[in-house]
Design a protein around this ligand. Sequence first.
Ligand code: HEC
Ligand code: HEC
Ligand code: HEC
Ligand code: HEC
Ligand code: HEC
Ligand code: HEC
Ligand code: HEC
Ligand code: HEC
Length: 374
Amino acid sequence: MANVRPRTHVLFGLSLFAIILSGCAAQMGADGKMVLKLPSEVVSDQWAAKGYVGPQACASCHEQTYNYFRDHGHPKKIRPAAEAREWGIPLPEGYTWDDISYVIGGATRKSRYIDQKGFIITKTGPKKDQPGKNQYNIATGRWVNYEAGKELKYTCGRCHTSAYVQEGNQDGRPGMVGTWAFPGITCEECHGPGKAHVAGPTKANIKVDRNDAACGKCHIRGAKEKIPAGGGFIMHHEQYNELLASPHAGKVSCVTCHDPHKRAAISQKMGCDTCHAQQAADFKGSRHEKSLVKCTQCHMPAAGKSAESFGKYVGDIKTHIFKISLGPNDQMFTPDGKFATGKLTADFACLSCHASRDKAWATAQAKGIHTRGR
Ligand code: HEC
Ligand code: HEC
Ligand code: HEC
Ligand code: HEC
Ligand code: HEC
Ligand code: HEC
Ligand code: HEC
Ligand code: HEC
């Protein structure tokens, strides 16, 4: 059976170690191997009644998928403090773990924090009364201000949790808007309630949605026809908006390129060269190829920003617009800077490396780059 694979420890090693340290409950899996149980993966009676079983119930048969999944940012999107503290995430000044109910993120670029009442922490300092310094940026170790000083409910559940419903307050915490079966994006957020499938697995009793819109439910910002921007960068979680503005729209989907269970860096099912053999052949032997520059470094530069930027043209989220536009009037952003135009211009494509040059140089050099000189 193709989707039931033997155990591998390759990626799982570190996480496993952290989980063991956290002293979480363990039980024997169906195959007699130890399965470690995170409290947040245990289904409550309320959600069990709706047919949810939790990711552990999938692990016994889909072990490798589960191991990759647990290493992914998806299930870690929001974590109870008791689990997050085991991952070495630092706290904002003035707070101890007793003050924290959940940590938001902290797996990839940044973390934010929720207090015991369910509000996002926006005030810090020794007396917890100073606005700001409430978001931790992983790449730089910097604390920055997110909505400094505001009273901020956690309204983010529809994109950060599994089986979100808008009614109620999770755990009875007044600041948490809505309730959910599990914190983070777990198997059943994408595949639907798994009870019937676990009892008698067939393809017919588990959902698989390969449409871009399924990923676009969360990897979107605002209306899908526009690409919101700010501060000279595309904003984060807009991969769907961007894909729709790209030449891949309707032709190449998220799951054509990504295995949805694997972290971005290891999720590619195929390279660009699989479909663009001509450009890949032209690229062979070029100066850039010899310098180990990858297709994605020009075609998917970090034109988006989640936590940090590292220069005028270097954010920390790779764009999904793909096509580089070299028209004399092409601009990355609308004049007011509030939206990306859907054109990826040569400044973003080239100047992350050629920092001493400018857009005019890059545009001129970029024209016919794959075939020039051949
Ligand atoms: C008792 C073993 C078992 C458990 C537990 C189990 N599965 Fe499966 N799963 C299978 C088998 C066997 C198949 C292949 C069915 C077939 O080919 O007819 C499968 C297939 C699938 C597929 C592919 C469906 C398709 O259309 O190709 C998905 C998705 C899936 N399982 C998800 C889950 C999720 C999510 C859970 C936990 C809620 C889970 N499975 C729990 C055994 C299991
Ligand atoms: C972000 C959404 C998402 C999450 C979370 C997710 N899946 Fe999937 N899964 C998909 C999609 C989409 C496909 C179809 C992928 C394709 O056809 O390329 C899929 C395919 C599968 C398949 C069949 C193909 C394969 O890869 O073997 C299995 C089995 C499966 N998922 C199990 C799981 C289990 C178990 C979990 C949790 C440990 C899980 N999935 C979490 C979206 C998700
Ligand atoms: C319910 C909301 C939701 C859905 C549906 C969803 N995602 Fe995500 N995705 C997120 C969030 C939130 C993150 C950020 C996780 C983190 O890094 O903390 C994320 C992160 C990712 C990442 C980068 C994570 C890493 O660890 O490198 C990839 C790649 C990704 N998603 C692909 C997909 C694909 C493909 C689909 C559709 C099959 C999908 N997602 C569906 C919410 C979602
Ligand atoms: C429309 C869906 C959506 C909403 C609403 C949303 N997010 Fe996210 N968020 C995402 C996705 C998708 C990602 C990862 C992809 C990306 O950043 O490009 C993400 C990433 C993050 C990260 C970075 C995680 C990491 O490990 O680096 C944090 C922190 C975060 N969101 C906080 C919030 C907060 C706080 C709210 C509510 C005020 C919120 N988000 C609302 C979809 C959403
Ligand atoms: C599964 C096949 C597939 C994969 C993988 C793929 N593409 Fe494409 N790409 C297409 C198709 C189909 C089109 C639209 C038809 C066309 O114009 O060639 C396209 C169009 C493009 C275009 C615009 C072409 C033009 O003539 O204007 C660029 C640029 C591009 N892709 C870059 C990439 C990059 C970079 C990658 C790797 C990250 C990639 N593609 C991966 C199939 C693919
Ligand atoms: C043509 C192939 C292709 C398509 C289509 C595609 N991606 Fe990607 N995506 C990539 C590549 C390549 C990366 C960079 C992986 C790496 O870090 O090496 C990436 C990175 C990401 C990241 C992490 C961003 C970052 O800066 O690390 C997220 C999140 C993501 N993709 C989500 C999606 C979603 C959601 C869709 C559909 C709306 C999608 N992708 C469609 C190829 C694709
Ligand atoms: C990931 C980094 C990177 C990106 C992105 C990049 N380059 Fe380069 N480029 C290099 C390296 C490395 C060399 C090799 C220098 C050498 O051969 O000594 C190079 C060499 C060149 C040269 C010849 C040397 C020179 O400076 O005159 C040109 C022209 C050039 N690149 C143009 C571009 C254009 C146009 C783009 C955008 C479409 C681009 N590069 C994007 C890294 C990059
Ligand atoms: C140094 C930056 C750079 C790298 C690396 C790069 N490209 Fe390109 N690519 C460009 C530029 C710039 C254009 C637009 C050229 C034009 O419009 O004249 C382009 C155009 C394309 C096109 C559109 C069709 C065409 O020929 O104009 C495709 C498809 C493409 N590249 C695929 C790839 C693939 C696949 C790779 C990796 C094997 C790759 N590119 C590597 C800069 C790069």
